[in-house]
Design a binder for this molecule. Structure first.
Ligand code: ZN
Length: 166
């Protein structure tokens, strides 16, 4: 991606605090790492209530041969055991699938920052209805990354979201 793209065009990024912006950059770095590894380029970071990064990770379905290794679960596991998740924020480059939305719901993660929900829309609206504070940033870098991946690797993509390729 060019530096222009990396400068970012995220209309709603202004809604994010400094820590959340840093969290989104970390999630995007993870997504790019996943791309370099030949995997599904989705990244995530779990932030503590004070904004520090508790854990970060990326989708490792291909790398680990593990269909449950989504970006959000990878970041969640990297954060280790927490006494509770009140006040924490899950930052992810792509709208979370139902499985990862369930994780946010199950553990009472308070906030969700979504890089983009244009190429795929999972459970972020459902979480908002349940009281999770949700911000969809519409980050063009995240959109470009997933658009390119879906075009180049449709089989991997449909496998990842658990759907048969049309
Ligand atoms: Zn997921």
């Amino acid at each position: 991606m060019t530096d222009d793209i990396l400068e970012g065009e995220a209309p709603r990024a202004a809604q994010l605090g400094a820590a959340e912006r840093a969290g989104l950059e970390a999630a995007l770095e993870e997504a790019l790492l996943g791309k370099e590894e030949g995997g599904v380029p989705i990244g995530a970071a779990l932030l503590a209530a004070d904004g520090t990064i508790l854990g970060r990770g990326h989708n490792r379905r291909v790398q680990h041969g593990d269909p449950s290794a989504h970006a959000e679960t990878d970041a969640f596991r990297a954060a280790g055991r927490q006494p509770h998740y009140r006040g924490t924020t899950m930052v992810t480059t792509l709208s979370p699938c139902w499985y990862c939305s369930g994780l946010v719901r199950q553990f009472g993660i308070s906030r969700l920052v979504v890089g983009e929900a244009q190429t795929f829309s999972g459970g972020h609206d459902w979480l908002a209805e349940l009281g999770v504070e949700v911000i969809v940033v519409d980050d063009e870098r995240c959109v470009a990354l997933m658009t390119e991946f879906i075009e180049q690797h449709p089989d991997l993509w449909f496998e990842d979201i658990g759907e048969e390729r049309p």
